[in-house]
Every structure is written in C-alpha cells, then in structure tokens.
Design a protein around this ligand. Structure first.
Ligand code: 13P
Ligand code: SF4
Length: 311
C-alpha cells in the first residue's frame, strides 16, 4: 500500500516542532520503521531511550517498551501511538501475583530476574531485568548462593538454562505469537528449502529451537543473516522483522517462518500502531505513559543494573 507522503512529511514536521525522537521496534510496520530515528530490539531501544537529548520520545512498540523509556527518563514526555498495545507475556505475570508468590516462598530468598516484557510493577519487584539480547549474560552474573526465579517467559528461561547451565525456577508465561510456530510448520518449510539456515527467537518452544541453526534476539538476527553462509534463511519470529532484514540484507532470500495456520506470524499488539496514530500522538502529545511514584525508583534500579551488567 503506498504511504501518503504528506502524512510522513507532517510527522517529520511535528517531530522537529516538538523536539521528539521516534523509536521503533523491529516488529513495527514498514512505514513506521522507515521514518523512525532508530529501529532495534528491546535492549537497543532501552539504551537509545536512556541516551537521547530529545524532550519527547514517541515510542512505536508495545506498552511495556514505552514504559521502560519513561522509567529511564522520568523527566521526559513519552507518548505511544496506541495505549492498548499490550503483550501476552506482560499479561501472564501481574505484579500482585508475583508479590503473592514471593510472599508464599519467602523462605527461598529468590533472586528475581525479569524479562523486560513485563509491567513497571513487576520491574519494581525484581533484582534485575534482562532482554533476549543479554539474558545469558545477566543470568551468569546472578549470585550463586541464592535460587533464581525467572519471570515471565518460560521458553526464554528454559533456553537461558540450556545456555548457561544455571538452574532456575520458571514462571509459566509465553508469547502467544512465538508459541504458534511448531516443529511441523518449520519442518515443512525446511523441506521446501533444504539448503536454508533457520534463525529463531528464544521465545519459541524448545521443539522449534532445536530445529534452528541460531537462536537470538531480533537485533542479533541482522548480523547473523548478513554473515550467513546460505542465501536462503528461514526467519522464525514476528513478521515485522522481515522488513528490517530485507533492508539490511538485500542479497539474501529471507523466508518468513510459517505457523500451522499462517504463512507468517503477526503480533496483534505491535500491529496496532499506524502512521495515522503516530501522527496523532505527536500532535496531541497523548496518550502519555506515566509511572506511579511507588514503583519508579525500584523499577529504574533494576533496569539500570541491567544496562550496567550487559555492557
Ligand atoms: P527482542 O528484544 O528480541 O526485540 O524481542 C522483543 C519481543 O517482544 C519479542 O517478541
Ligand atoms: Fe509480546 Fe509476543 Fe508481541 Fe513480543 S511478539 S510484544 S512477546 S505478544
């Protein structure tokens, strides 16, 4: 679909007028990626949010990512195109449930590691945050004299255990998009492209990860595909990644990993953002992200610890 040039131009005008930066996750629709100042994974976006001089951050991603930007920049205005852009992992671990679990198991004295796909309330309850780009590094730096509780993604947690050899207790959350890839759906596409390499996100199930030549965060998929020995690469993650990869690796044939029902997988939350909503949020400086005072300092401390430990 052609993109209205005057809409793009007006977004760029508003961006200048409001002294804003546009940050976009790799799963955003192509037209948003194309006009963003920075496109990347959760870790890269957190660093960008921390380092920007802009007064306004327009965050094109899902709500927990915009919240992360606000926690790291309490004095800045953070807006997002659609307030309802949630995440099934965030929903799988409400802060009250985590608090109740920790109270019930107080004798364990857990060291809690939270995947960044969680609410500000959960970030405030944990010792450190991780992303898919640094999870093994963060887990390797955990104290060895305390048991680890890893929340909320059980698939990512299991992958990190395999990578590090550390045992962890896993919260049983999952990404509703990545669990749709199955051993059968990936096997079938591999038969169509027998020489293809497979790169998968660690939110996939173990059965799918076992079929992959590489398991990594969305940002690491770029360098993996650029340096891959084969021209054909099956990409097992959300569909928006293909747009970024096609730009960064124009010589490769990038094949979307199919699910049992679909040729490629869309995250309905990531796809709630549109150019029109981005324009409106810059114009009105709304909806804005706010963080309750009661969680700000503790959530910021666990995010800063992550940024420090993953350098
Ligand atoms: P990345 O940090 O690898 O971009 O992953 C974020 C995400 O939501 C994956 O579903
Ligand atoms: Fe959350 Fe999954 Fe969407 Fe990523 S793809 S934002 S983990 S629901």
């Amino acid at each position: 679909m052609p993109v209205a040039l005057d809409l793009v131009e007006d977004i760029l005008r508003l961006k200048k007028e409001k002294n804003a930066i546009i940050l976009a996750h790799n799963y955003q629709v192509g037209p948003i990626q194309d006009l963003a100042d920075y496109v990347g994974d959760s870790l890269g976006l957190a660093y960008q949010a921390r380092e920007t001089d802009a007064e306004v951050i327009a965050f094109c991603g899902v709500h927990f990512m915009a919240e992360t930007a606000k926690i790291l920049n309490p004095q800045k205005t953070v807006v997002l195109p659609d307030r309802d852009a949630g995440c099934s992992l965030e929903q799988a671990c409400p802060a009250e449930d985590l608090q109740a679990y920790l109270d019930e198991h107080a004798d364990k004295n857990y060291y809690v590691i939270a995947y960044i796909n969680c609410s500000a309330g959960v970030k405030a309850l944990c010792d450190v945050i991780c992303t898919s780009g640094n999870a093994p590094t963060i887990v390797e730096k955990a104290p060895t004299d305390r048991p680890i509780l890893f929340v909320p993604d059980a698939n990512l947690g299991q992958w990190v255990m395999e990578q590090t050899g550390r045992k962890m207790d896993l919260w049983q959350g999952s990404c509703y998009v990545h669990v749709e890839f199955t051993r059968d759906s990936i096997d079938k596409i591999k038969q169509e492209y027998p020489d293809a390499l497979v790169v998968a996100h660690p939110e996939c199930t173990q059965a799918v990860r076992l079929l992959a030549d590489e398991v990594c965060s969305t940002e690491k998929m770029i360098s993996y595909c650029q340096n891959a020995a084969s021209d054909n690469i099956i990409v097992v993650t959300e569909s928006g990644m293909l747009h970024r990869l096609q730009k960064e690796c124009p010589d490769k044939n990038l094949i979307p990993g199919p699910t049992d029902n679909c040729a490629c997988a869309d995250c309905r939350y990531m796809k709630m953002n549109t150019l029109e909503k981005l324009h409106a949020c810059l114009e009105n400086l709304a909806p804005q992200v706010t963080i309750p005072d009661s969680v700000q300092d503790r959530a910021e401390a666990s995010l800063l610890k992550m940024l420090e430990q993953s350098r």
